[in-house]
Ligand binder design. Structure first.
Ligand code: RB5
Length: 144
């Protein structure tokens, strides 16, 4: 399983931490940047991860900006992307189990590295339950 990761300039350090967390869980990482010190607009990087997941170049995506909000909004503009911003593990887990989220965003100005790692771990170790949830996710994806 491959995970696309990206951030804006605020999220670079946390992005590396979260990539490391995902690697430790056995995932391969597709790092879409930016490099340290580069000014980086969150719409560009949110879209990059959204497109990588939507094209099947990655199975899931992890994004980081200051709040997680701007970069998740960008990813959600890509058809088929269900990006969620999470600041605690419970919502992250349920967003996989019930909403089949395929991108997670966290805010580097909102959560510390330890909590962010726990959020990503909860998200990556949860699985979509399907069943009654599948119908609702299909309804979501039908919204244009
Ligand atoms: C950049 O200053 C900041 O706006 C960005 O990281 C993010 O928080 C946007 O949602």
């Amino acid at each position: 399983m491959k995970i696309a990761v990206a951030s804006d300039h605020v999220g670079v350090e946390l992005r590396h931490e979260l990539a490391q967390e995902a690697r430790a869980l056995g995932y391969e990482i597709l790092d879409l940047g930016p490099a340290e010190g580069e000014a980086a607009d969150y719409p560009v990087y949110g879209e990059l991860v959204g497109r990588a997941v939507s094209a099947g170049e990655a199975d899931l995506g992890i994004l980081v900006c200051g709040t997680g909000v701007g970069i998740s909004l960008a990813a959600n503009r890509v058809p088929g992307i269900r990006a969620v911003v999470c600041s605690e593990p419970f919502t992250a887990e349920l967003s996989r189990r019930h909403n089949n989220s395929n991108v997670i965003a966290v805010g580097a100005r909102v959560v510390g590295a330890g909590l962010a790692r726990a959020i990503v771990r909860a998200w990556l170790t949860a699985e979509f339950e399907g069943g009654r949830h599948a119908r609702r996710v299909d309804m979501l994806d039908a919204i244009r």
